[in-house]
Ligand binder design. Structure first.
Ligand code: OGA
Ligand code: MN
Length: 223
């Protein structure tokens, strides 16, 4: 079955070239892009339905760092995650959307993005992810971060904003509400960010496009 099989003929097309062009332009001009309503509604709804059918046991406490450096650190982050491997058709539809974005950005910006990894994240009330960067300079791994939100009916007083530090003035950081269908894309090395606690359950997908860091001596693991 094709990854797009969850989309019937009446559905809006999975890929919106105008949206992708705007994201590419934003990345070129300032390195980040915030797009409310970017995720096709059928996809966002399907992902949320899927999340609700998943047992809590499939979510594990999120860690910090990669591979051998990976540690649980509840001072830094308290959310629970589940990697999206494409077992479900809606998971595959999400990966197909990300793949279309990858191909578009490679064509427009010559980023050489090679692979994509992503996970669902569940922040229970009070959960947080303190200020961090998704990639460290020189490690040439995660190039572009993507976050998509799955929270219908989110209200301004629910909290849970993504705070993106776009400049030197921390007080002027960008606050993004985790509204259903909003997609945020930013250069992984450039923008520290944090997730503020919310007063209700908060669902997101976080993903990263990577360049191929493999050399003859070292095969870069997929995550
Ligand atoms: C992350 C992250 C942001 C969010 O998982 O690295 O920064 O708003 N998530 O969920
Ligand atoms: Mn992050």
């Amino acid at each position: 079955m094709s990854a797009l099989a969850t989309h019937s003929a009446e559905d809006a097309p999975l890929v919106d070239p105008q949206l992708f062009a705007r994201i590419a332009g934003d990345l070129r001009d300032r390195g980040y892009s915030v797009s409310p309503g970017a995720l096709p509604l059928t996809l966002a709804g399907g992902l949320l339905d899927h999340l609700h059918t998943m047992s809590a046991a499939r979510f594990t406490a999120a860690g910090v760092g990669r591979e051998n450096d990976h540690t649980l650190n509840s001072f830094v982050r308290t959310d629970a995650i589940c990697w999206i491997t494409g077992e479900s058709s809606v998971g595959r539809a999400w990966l197909a959307w990300a793949e279309a974005l990858r191909e578009f950005l490679n064509r427009e910006l010559l980023l050489g993005l090679f692979s994509f990894e992503s996970h669902f994240a569940h922040y229970r009330p009070g959960d947080f992810y303190r200020k961090h960067v998704d990639a460290f300079r020189g490690e040439a791994n995660r190039v572009l971060s993507v976050v998509a939100y799955l929270n219908p009916g989110w209200q301004g007083d629910n909290g849970g904003e993504l705070r993106l530090f776009t400049g030197t003035d921390d007080d002027a950081a960008l606050l993004v509400q985790p509204l259903h269908g909003t997609v945020v894309v930013f250069l992984s090395e450039e923008f520290p960010h944090e997730v503020l606690p919310a007063n209700r359950d908060r669902y997101s997908i976080a993903g990263w496009f990577r360049v191929n860091g493999s050399t003859a001596a070292r095969v870069d693991p997929p995550r």
